[in-house]
Design a protein around this ligand. Structure first.
Ligand code: SF4
Length: 717
């Protein structure tokens, strides 16, 4: 029997589902969906419901661990958080003195995004140190949609929102399982119910995916494209839309430059050519184009797969072009699609006009020493991190602080990453468990977990189509000597004598600021201050429950009379890039299969492997493969197979699925452990990252290598 039940929200993924939490003494004992929350109506997923287990696991780190005698590879011994942070700061100080500030790197992984103050604090620390080496997991799987599309211009009123759309096209996006979709896709708040409800009111759904995913199963028009050939489908659709005059001529005339270049680039890319390249029929290309363009409102959105499957920048350009030529934007008098109450930039003007292109890479941005790759916005791309550690010379990384991530499992080329982590003079892993990356660490810092700390739902704001806010207080005290990660970062700055500059002004450096002070400074300029949300929540009849701020929902204003900015569809020579793609013919490479990535209901990137419940539900990383392919290979369903790329091989359990296109193997990305091999693959599951060549097949702008649509061979093991 619980002592009390409190309201909060889940922080296992970016959906921020509303939860009720049962507490006995100092322990969280059960969680379930909050039925009174109008956005979620009691929805949670199986991962979030394992929060009590994950908080209370006996193997959880409750104190920091350091290597005995400071020796690499020596046994771990416990120390205090205060001592560990001093040790880290001392090392950073000496490394900066000897090698300069770029020798220190920070990496924020998936879990770091769940702590509402970590991104802001860690970036301020990187700036205070003066290092260019700041990394986040955004550049592991979707850098193009975040950092390259702004160069074509942006509509200040935002895109069409899901709830008012007549059509949505999901390209390699399975939000019913991933709980992720860019603006205009189905928000991850009970997404299956939401999509079914929208279909009942008339929404048409187009899904392009080499595997018929859960989302694909609900599609009105499902396209089983070949892995890595999304540009063919998108280019073919643009051909049809332009040739048949289905685009918005008035909008294009008023707001778009570069349209003629785009039209020329797709002119000869007929539905027949597009269909042949994408592995679907010409009729399917035409039908998708007409269904999308003839609807009044809607969006094309992508998941992470299309970016990881090569040519991510081109794919995102074509998606952007489809949305632009069909004028998929909210207009004057409409409410903005995503009010984003906690975002610093949300209070800016909302007008029915184009904001100028915003370069987020190239000239003026710091360069990596590796492969000519440069910084994307504020971040150095993750695919260069291992070589930045391993390559001698000025700026070689000697100290890495990794927060909420698991680089050995998530980054391309697992063996190189492991070697790099072992090469560091000091690798600091902030991690509640002994993950694959933690095993390489010199210092493991023990963080408090989400139900032990305050947060706001800033990570789910991009999905909220209403001005929705959620504040969660600490449900139970942090156990042992654990600490909120933002405080760890503050203490490192304090020991180094550095000032942290935040968007709202200098961070107090006398004593650790409370979290709301920190969040107010980080979110400076947002529509609802985090401290106000906290006060409103605690004063409400349902503390920790949903809050709506309708007065913060802006209505889009008419354009300025002298507004002159236009979308730039010719920027970056992207029409020519498409022409080059269209002219190239895929070459036979001796690899018969393409290995694609998929999402799992029982894991979230590299998270969830620690839960016994989730492990029982899904103990391995199955290789889903068409039954006819298995028959041709002479492999039985459930047998162990060997999958070999040109750089490495892994073992996996074959699982027959007629949802997967012939010639395709579908496995989860960022799975497994450090050294899962043939003998333990049934109980652990392999990491497909080992198969990735991080040097070849790399996008020249984002540095992203081929992480899906990987050419592989399959044999019985
Ligand atoms: S969908 Fe995400 S936020 Fe919601 S319960 Fe599952 S893991 Fe938690």
């Amino acid at each position: 029997m619980a002592d009390k039940t409190l309201r909060t929200f889940c922080r296992f993924c970016h959906a921020s589902c509303a939860m009720l939490v049962d507490i006995e003494g100092d322990k969280v004992t059960a969680v379930r969906g909050d039925p009174e929350n109008p956005l979620f109506n009691g929805y949670t997923c199986v991962k979030g419901r394992q929060m009590p287990e994950m908080h209370n696991l006996p193997e959880r780190h409750l104190r920091p661990l350091v290597r005995e005698g400071g020796q690499k590879g020596a046994e771990f011994i416990e120390t205090s958080t205060a001592e560990a942070l001093k040790l880290v700061a001392e090392k950073i100080r000496s490394v900066i003195a000897e090698h300069g500030p770029h020798a220190v790197a920070l990496y924020c992984g998936t879990n770091a995004f769940q702590n509402s103050a970590v991104l802001g604090t860690s970036y301020a620390l990187a700036e205070a140190i003066g290092t260019r080496n700041y990394y986040t997991s955004v550049t592991v799987d979707q850098p193009a949609k975040v950092f390259t599309t702004a160069r074509y211009g942006q509509w200040m009123g935002g895109g069409n929102n899901f709830e008012e759309s007549d059509v949505v096209m999901f390209v390699g996006n399975n939000p019913l399982v991933s709980h992720y979709t860019p603006g205009g896709g189905v928000p991850p708040f009970s997404p299956s119910r939401r999509l079914r409800d929208a279909k009942a009111r008339g929404l048409k759904v187009i899904v392009a995916d080499p595997r018929e995913s859960d989302t694909g199963a609900l599609a009105d028009h499902y396209l089983q494209v070949k892995p890595g050939e999304d540009p063919a489908l998108l280019g073919g659709m643009l051909h049809v839309i332009i040739k048949e005059g289905l685009y918005d001529r008035n909008f294009v005339s008023a707001y778009v430059d570069g349209f003629d270049e785009l039209a020329e680039a797709v002119k000869d890319f007929t539905p027949e050519l597009a269909g042949e390249r994408a592995g679907i029929s010409a009729d399917d290309v035409v039908a998708a184009a007409r269904l999308f363009a003839k609807a009044a409102k809607g969006r094309v959105v992508t998941g992470t797969g299309p970016e990881m499957a090569g040519r991510g920048v081109l794919t995102e350009y074509l998606v952007t072009a489809l949305n632009i030529v069909c004028a998929r934007f909210n207009q004057a008098g409409d409410k903005v699609a995503n009010p984003m109450v906690f975002m610093p930039f949300a209070a800016g003007p909302k007008k029915a006009q184009v904001a100028p292109p915003m370069p987020m890479f190239g000239e003026g941005f710091a360069q990596s020493r590796i492969r000519g790759i440069g910084k994307l916005g504020t971040e150095m791309p993750c695919p260069v991190l291992a070589d930045e550690i391993l390559t001698p010379g000025e700026g070689q990384i000697k100290v890495l602080i990794s927060i909420g991530g698991n680089p050995e499992i998530a980054f391309p080329n697992q063996r190189k990453v492991r070697k790099a982590l072992e090469t560091l003079e000091m690798f600091v892993q902030v991690d509640p468990y002994m993950s694959a990356s933690a095993k390489r660490a010199d210092v493991i810092l023990a963080p408090s977990m989400c139900l032990e700390r305050e947060d706001i739902n800033n990570v789910s704001q991009p999905f909220c189509e209403e001005p929705y806010a959620h504040y969660g207080e600490a449900m139970v005290p942090p156990p042992g000597d654990t600490m909120d990660e933002y405080e760890m970062l503050w203490w490192i700055a304090k020991h180094l004598g550095l000032d942290l500059k935040l968007p709202g002004g200098p961070c107090p450096m006398d004593t650790v600021p409370d979290k709301m002070t920190m969040l107010d400074l980080i979110s400076h300029g947002c529509l609802v201050k985090p401290s106000k949300a906290r006060a409103d929540s605690l004063a409400s009849e349902t503390p920790g429950g949903a809050m709506f701020y309708p007065e913060a929902h802006a209505v889009i204003e008419p354009a300025d009379p002298d507004a002159a900015n236009r979308f730039q569809l010719g920027a970056g020579s992207m029409p020519a890039a498409f022409s080059g793609y269209a002219a190239a013919r895929p070459e036979a490479d001796g690899f018969d299969f393409r290995l694609i990535s998929r999402r799992s209901k029982h894991r979230y990137n590299s998270n969830g492997h620690i839960s016994e419940f989730l492990k029982k539900k899904m103990p391995t990383n199955p290789a889903f493969i068409h039954p006819d392919d298995l028959a041709e290979l002479g492999v039985a369903d459930g047998a162990v197979i060997e999958i070999a790329s040109r750089v490495a091989s892994i073992h996996a359990v074959a699982s027959a699925s007629d949802k997967v296109r012939r010639g395709v193997i579908s496995m989860s990305h960022a799975w497994g452990n450090d050294d899962a091999g043939k003998d333990d693959v049934i109980g652990i599951g392999a990491s497909t990252n080992r198969l990735i060549d991080d040097v070849q097949d790399m996008d020249p702008i984002t540095g992203l290598p081929l992480q899906s649509a990987i050419p592989v061979r399959v044999v019985a093991a």
